[in-house]
Design a protein around this ligand. Structure first.
Ligand code: ZN
Length: 176
């Protein structure tokens, strides 16, 4: 297993919609292993393939029950509202309270090719929504209200201009 560099805000692949996985083969399994290792090293609780520059629709996560991989995920239902302070490994050191649906139903395929169909609530639902956004080329910045978004872009630009980069202290909450 090996780890990948996590792509950071500004990298064009983070704005692209990833391509469906056509075949689950040994290469995909080893990619998933590397994604899991990269996620743990970050440390994070979720990681989408596009975050390491791979144009494939899969993400990995671990909310405390061991690592899981979902291939070609889709959210088929969502309901309610839940406010949660969300961070992203691709926008390191920053986090915002974001309201998203509280419950979702996720469908996809696992690495054995078996269909996955599950309900998720609160934190797990948030992980799924965040990672699926990544596969659709959407960053959490786009989930902010207009004022917060403007402020966030100002902060991000000033970091780039000052050369401060993103080597800020790690947030207390692991990011996604
Ligand atoms: Zn993220």
């Amino acid at each position: 297993m090996s780890t990948y560099a996590i792509r950071i805000f500004g990298d064009p692949i983070l704005r692209q919609r990833a391509t469906e996985v056509a075949n689950i083969d040994g290469r995909l399994v080893s990619l998933a292993d590397d994604m899991i290792e990269t996620m743990y090293e970050a440390p994070g609780v979720g990681l989408a393939a596009t975050q390491i520059g791979i144009d494939k629709r899969l993400f990995v996560y671990d909310v405390g029950d061991g690592p899981q991989v979902i291939v070609n995920p889709e959210i088929t239902e969502s309901r309610g509202e839940w406010d949660f302070e969300e961070g992203c490994l691709s926008v390191p050191g920053l986090h915002w309270n974001i309201v998203r649906p509280k419950e979702v139903h996720l469908r996809g395929v696992d690495l054995d090719g078996n269909e996955v169909s599950m309900d998720a609530d609160e934190y797990l639902a948030r992980v799924f929504q965040h990672e699926l956004d990544h596969l659709n080329g959407v960053l959490l910045l786009e989930r902010l209200d207009a004022d917060t978004h403007r402020q966030a872009m100002k902060t991000l630009r000033s970091r780039v201009l000052s050369g401060a980069g993103f080597s800020t202290p790690r947030p207390e909450e692991p990011a996604l």
